[in-house]
Design a protein around this ligand. Sequence first.
Ligand code: ATP
Ligand code: MG
Length: 262
Amino acid sequence: MSYILAIANQKGGVAKTTTAAGLSGALVQEGYEVLAIDLDPQANLTIALGLNPREVRHSAADLFIHTEKLASLTQATSIPGLDIVPANREMELSERFIPLRKNHELILRQQLLASEITSAYDFVVLDCPAFLGAITTNAMVAANLLIIPTQPEYFSLHALRNTLTQVRTVRQTFNPSLAYRILITLRDLRNRVHRTMSEHLLNTFPDGVLKTSIDLDTKLRESAATGMPVNFCYPKSRGAEQYRALATEILEYVREKNSIPA
Ligand SMILES: Nc1ncnc2c1ncn2[C@@H]1O[C@H](COP(=O)(O)OP(=O)(O)OP(=O)(O)O)[C@@H](O)[C@H]1O
Ligand SMILES: [Mg+2]
């Protein structure tokens, strides 16, 4: 079985895509086979992993609109061990078409259970749009673990609350075992609000916040333009180091749950 990690938050610009790319790269470096799936019409993960969305003929949208098989949509990236299902503009239609289908919440989960996927990948990483609609619901229904990147600022709390409400709904309906962890991102320790809010998050969710936090690092911004995850283009940067630490923490968590071989 592949272990499914969804990266979602109702809030935009909180490093969901940066986390999807950074974590995927770090897991590949640990020797795991990883499939990254870009579920966002903005196609930022597709770009960050070196593909041009305008040249993408078959995207994740085919899964939702044309009932295409997931296994036929995977593509290699320039990083051995890292494949992608890219996104393109057609993803915008998915959000409208998905609810028209029967059992639409289960579309992605059922596709991820195909033997071509489970036998090929140790991890699947789902990058979601900043919208708690049908696409994000599909990702949460499919996921073993949801990672919620959260900037330690006041405006983040509202979106976090809404995201957690969605988690509860998904647990009550299609995925009772959905786990979640909050990942503090874009943290600037010189900023008093960031320090206070990071503490507040830790106090409010004592077991729900990952030990690893991701600090501001311009190399993470620049890595998107290289088409490679940060640990492949800037392996010595702070961002690379922190995403490696995140991968280690996630691997420990997954091993504790006996979900993957050590
Ligand atoms: N730790 C960091 N340090 C500096 N810049 C960062 C960091 N993490 C992300 N960024 C930058 O912040 C911006 C938003 O990040 P990203 O696109 O990953 O967020 P997102 O949550 O996926 O956004 P969206 O909601 O639009 O999908 C990008 O320009 C990215 O390069
Ligand atoms: Mg994004």
